[in-house]
Design a protein around this ligand. Sequence first.
Ligand code: ADP
Ligand code: MG
Length: 339
Amino acid sequence: MVFDKTGTITSGRMTVTEAMAVPGTEPAELLRHVGAVEQASEHPIAAAISEAATARVGSLPAAEGFQVLPGLGARAVVDGHQVVVGREKLLRDQGIAIPPGSASRWESWEQDGQTAVLVGWDGQLRGAFAVADTIKPSARAAVTELRRLGLRSVLLTGDNEVTARAVAAAVGIDEAIAGVLPADKAAALKDLQALGHRVAMVGDGMNDGPALAAADLGLAIGAGTDVAISAADLILLRPDLTVVPDAIALSRAARRTIRRNLAWAFGYNVAAVPLAAAGFLNPLFAAAAMTLSSVLVVANSLRLRRFRPARDAAWTPIRTRRTLAGRYANPQGACSERT
Ligand code: ADP
Ligand code: MG
């Protein structure tokens, strides 16, 4: 089970937690430039940065020639400067020098599972932003449940290795494939398939549509993008990730039912048809038996309606003091909110 990170394991609603301007760069100018570029991008990181920039400097200048560099960042011309926003690799590729030693400024962010977004123009690094996302509370439970079902989980992300490892560790995933460009996500799945694995992919479609289509089973988060919904085999109607193991468990139950029904129907006919042909079965009995067999198959299938996902009796985490007080005041409410 391959999980995308941003928007799948994490909520995808990002916020800027720290911002720094390189010595010699005016913070207001940095914010105006980065805000102008990110305003034009629809990436969740961009939304967080342009929101933070607008909050500090008010209106943002216009960006010209805006260009998305999928899985890397974006660039545009602002006030006559070619402003580049994104990963360290992107800035280097765009000819922006990263002064030696400056990486220590953002390495600690990455170790915390945050994403470092760098900004530069005119060949120089100008600033860095830490962008944080929240891990969905359901992610760890989903990974645990999948392991119980015998499935291995892998994190696949365009984000850097350090952030990917931190997020994977936080949800109990052992294996992370990081720094994968959107176009290469499908290839990463094919590599897993070439190793003989059957691969399912869960994504929100922001840069992972091709991977959803390439997987043996594509699961799209319903709140994701249209491309995810059209490329996937299965659409999860809630962002809650525990529906992933539930879907696997339900499909296994359905397959067991199909097998049992086939065994019944075939076994029955294998026994009864020769008997009837040899004249040992009254045609009236045979007709009744045929109907009964259909009723059996339908009744067996209807038992699937009673399917309930198995959950180990884990302690229910209670989120805030306020709800705790509310729950003590209303014990019935406490029960109804349990999952
Ligand atoms: P994921 O695989 O986690 O969903 P993406 O492939 O969408 O991530 O993006 C990979 C990385 O590219 C991000 O972690 C970020 O560093 C960078 N990036 C992409 N788009 C932008 C943007 N508009 N602004 C800044 N950085 C970006
Ligand atoms: Mg994503």
